[in-house]
Design a protein around this ligand. Structure first.
Ligand code: PMV
Length: 311
């Protein structure tokens, strides 16, 4: 059984696509992968639960018109992983997803890293987390178009870390555990679309967007120091600031805004969307488990799914 975790981005999403740093925390939930016995298989096969989908690996140049778009994408992403092996493994891997997809919680990266780990285990290949992340990134490119690599790096390594494109993860020593409430807007996250929308804004007004990214970078640096000091109040304020910058780039939705407002009213120290935005999840920082429960209940009263997690 191979595993990989999801993640939440505490600060710096989107800027990270442009070489700025992001601060992220690994989640213990993610994806588990196991190999099924499949004698006589000639190509690799993937089953994903609870999606109820089974696909065979597709080469990037395969003719795909006969498949539904989402199945097609999964088969191509899986094919990108399989193609990274010198001898493409004709194995049947079954992955159980513990995170919703399109939530901004790095579910697809957890899926890809879990597959790499299951194959490596079966084939006796030893790989560092960053090498596993590099292979999983090939699949993320199919899912997301232009991923920064933060999701795959975090899925492979876990913990709390600063990520910058093309550089090794920089682990952060948080002074104390922090408690977060994760709330799902119920709207599908649209990472591919929001990343493309930011790219259009960047092409039109590069100075303005770079200025926003510079602000996010300062927030990441201050956030790292606040984590190291265990300064929850500053962390909460930085989340609020980061959210304002994300709003400037039109990445939030009325529902995410409402959830952030309700979370703070219910006692959260700060809140923001997490991941690609345009839907998906928000996070709220709380001082302890009891406050987390109050915020969770307030979000549930709005009809949203929410859970409390420790980082
Ligand atoms: O929505 P998620 O979980 O894939 O997170 C996306 C984070 C972005 O910074 C918006 C994109 C990226 O690839 O880093």
């Amino acid at each position: 059984m191979a595993r990989a975790g999801g993640k939440v981005i505490l600060f710096g999403e989107h800027g990270v696509v442009y070489g700025r740093p992001a601060l992220a925390a690994g989640l213990s939930t993610g994806a588990t992968a196991e190999l099924l016995s499949a004698p006589g298989l000639t190509t690799a096969r993937l089953t994903v639960d609870p999606w109820g989908v089974t696909v065979d690996a597709l080469a990037p140049d395969a003719s795909t018109h006969a498949l539904a778009a989402s199945t097609n994408q999964l088969a191509l992403a899986f094919g990108a992983i399989v193609a990274a092996y010198e001898q493409p493994p004709a194995l049947h891997v079954k992955v159980k997803m513990e995170l919703p997809s399109g939530a901004g919680l790095g579910g697809s990266a957890a899926l890809s890293v879990a597959i790499v780990r299951a194959f490596d285990e079966a084939l006796g290949i030893a790989r560092s987390p960053s090498e596993a992340a590099d292979i999983a990134l090939r699949a993320e490119r199919v899912f997301h178009g232009n991923p920064s690599g933060v999701d795959t790096a975090m899925a492979a390594a876990g913990g709390v870390a600063v990520y910058r494109k093309g550089q090794p993860l920089q682990p952060v020593q948080a002074k104390q555990r922090i408690t977060l409430v994760v709330g799902h807007s119920g709207e599908p996250g649209m990472t591919k679309e929001t990343v493309a929308s930011v790219a259009r804004q960047h092409a039109q007004r590069p100075e303005k967007v770079e200025q926003i990214f510079a602000g996010m970078e300062a927030i990441v640096n201050n956030g790292k120091r606040a984590l190291e000091r265990g300064d929850l109040v500053s962390l909460g304020q930085l989340m609020e600031l980061n959210q304002k910058l994300l709003v400037t780039l039109v990445l939030s939705t009325p529902r995410l805004e409402e959830m952030c407002t309700v979370a703070v009213k219910a006692g959260a120290l700060g809140s923001k969307l997490t991941g690609g935005g345009g839907g998906g999840c928000m996070i709220a920082l709380v001082s302890d488990a009891e406050s987390g429960k109050a915020v969770q209940e307030a979000l549930q009263k709005l009809g949203r799914e929410a859970f409390v997690t420790m980082v």
